[in-house]
Write a protein that binds this ligand. Structure first.
Ligand code: HAM
Length: 422
């Protein structure tokens, strides 16, 4: 039997309703705050991700699904969405019309990580990006939106972690201090980190190898090296979050796994997912648009791990399962013919009705009706046909009422089974 690829998964009916509901709540929230949906391709030229996420990150070095297409061009299944949103913003010269843009996008991402609970090779993200504003209000507003979304999804046991990663003005002094420390710790580092010590020392702070983590435990925090501009910006973000009543912790160890970040970075962390503690992550990327040959524009965004959200959501699956409003139990071909006509016409009127198209026994059809959890059952057999009245049963109250079998049957049924009729 052919099975799905390791680290990939099916989201089956019964589960998918919760995904749809989370998506609906997210869209509603984003639109309230003026975000517009953008849909970007699932594949891009590899260079886009290599340049923006960074050549020396785990994602680019080890995790991307990259392959030559039939002409030999290197393409990559997107490991994240930010690079593509920025590419699109630049390519369509969106800055020329209105430089400030707020986008959201929802869809699958691909990273070849070791699969475990909360970590998949195809996973889904809910992304929000704001391009064109450097005010700390935006940073605070994005974190506020994230916190609001988690609240609406009845997720507790989460904490907002924030940090600042500075800018090209304050990074060099930090880099120098870090490089000196790395020189001292050479013996303790993994091969990747040894290499990164010279190519991209900041990435060593993000290494998941326990020995490297231990070696870097006493690394100086970047926060201590911020220039005045970055320190003031970070202080304003905190002040604004306090004003909005969003609790947060300052996490000096939070470096994030992508190279494009500057200034504010943040994560939503939870204890509910074992080792995969980050439900969402984001931050400023003020240099990325220029680096990808666009104008010099600040930007900030976040991505929520949709799969992880589903695992910790407080809303219950059963609240969103969709069941038919009506099941028509029809006996004999003449009645089935009528039932079929009604099922189709109820569908046109936006009412989900089911029937047994194989026209089995009444007992079997009543069992099907129960299994389908339909709110009402309409029964029509030879005797109903002869008497000119079908029987409508309310499955909750067990009350029964006759429905005339004539040109108005569908109209009459609708009048009885509208939601207020239960
Ligand atoms: P990221 O931290 O790499 O950031 O991913 C964001 C979230 O996606 C993580 O916090 C996690 O919940 C989820 N995630 C990541 N990898 C996996 C996986 N293998 N399986 C399941 N969930 C996963 C970014 O991707 C940035 N583009 C976020 C951003 C947007 N920054 C600015 N704008």
């Amino acid at each position: 039997m052919i099975q799905l690829i390791r680290g990939f998964k099916d989201i089956l009916p019964g589960e998918v309703e919760l995904w749809q509901e989370i998506e609906r709540i997210s869209r509603e929230l984003f639109e309230t705050f003026g975000f517009k949906e953008i849909r970007i391709p699932i594949m891009e030229n590899t260079e886009l991700f290599a340049r923006s996420i960074g050549e020396h990150t785990d994602i680019v070095e080890k995790e991307m699904y990259t392959f030559p297409d039939r002409k030999g061009d290197l393409i990559t299944l997107r490991p994240e969405a930010t690079a593509s949103v920025v590419r699109s913003y630049i390519q369509h010269k969106m800055y020329a019309v209105d430089p400030v843009r707020k986008f959201y996008t929802i869809g699958p991402m691909f990273r070849r990580e070791r699969p475990q609970k909360g970590r998949y090779r195809q996973f889904y993200q809910i992304n929000a990006e704001v391009i064109g504003v450097d005010a700390p209000y935006v940073d605070a507003q994005l974190i506020f939106i994230l916190a609001t979304l988690l609240d609406r999804l009845k997720i507790s046991d989460v904490a907002v972690h924030i940090n600042s990663l500075g800018c090209p003005e304050c990074r060099p002094a930090f880099r120098k201090a870090l490089t000196a420390l790395l020189e001292d710790k050479k013996e303790d580092l993994c091969a990747d980190c040894l290499r990164r010590s010279s190519t991209n020392p900041l990435r060593v702070l993000d290494c998941k190898v326990p020995a490297c983590r231990e070696a870097m435990a006493d690394a100086p925090p970047l926060l201590d090296y911020l220039c005045d501009g970055c320190a003031n910006h970070f202080a304003s973000v905190q002040r604004t979050l306090n004003g909005l009543g969003v609790p947060f912790v300052i996490d000096k160890q939070l470096v994030r796994g992508l190279d494009y970040y500057t200034r504010t970075t943040f994560e939503i962390q939870t204890g509910a997912l074992g080792a995969q503690s980050a439900v969402a992550g984001g931050g400023r990327y003020d240099g990325l648009i220029k680096m990808l040959d666009g104008p010099d524009m600040p930007a900030i965004g976040f991505a929520i791990g949709f799969d992880r959200l589903v695992e910790i959501v407080g809303l219950k699956q059963v609240d969103f399962e969709k069941t038919p409003r009506l099941f028509i139990a029809a006996l004999g071909e003449d009645c089935a013919e009528k039932a079929f006509d009604w099922v189709c016409r109820l569908g046109l009127a936006g009412i989900h009705a089911e029937m047994d198209m194989a026209v089995r026994s009444l007992k079997s059809q009543m069992k099907q009706a129960d299994r389908s959890r339909a709110a009402f059952v309409l029964i029509i057999g030879e005797s109903e046909l002869a008497s000119g009245n079908a029987i409508l049963r309310n499955m909750r109250t067990k009350a029964q009422s006759p429905i005339a079998i004539d040109a108005n049957t569908v109209k009459n049924v609708i009048a009885h089974i509208r939601p207020h009729a239960t």
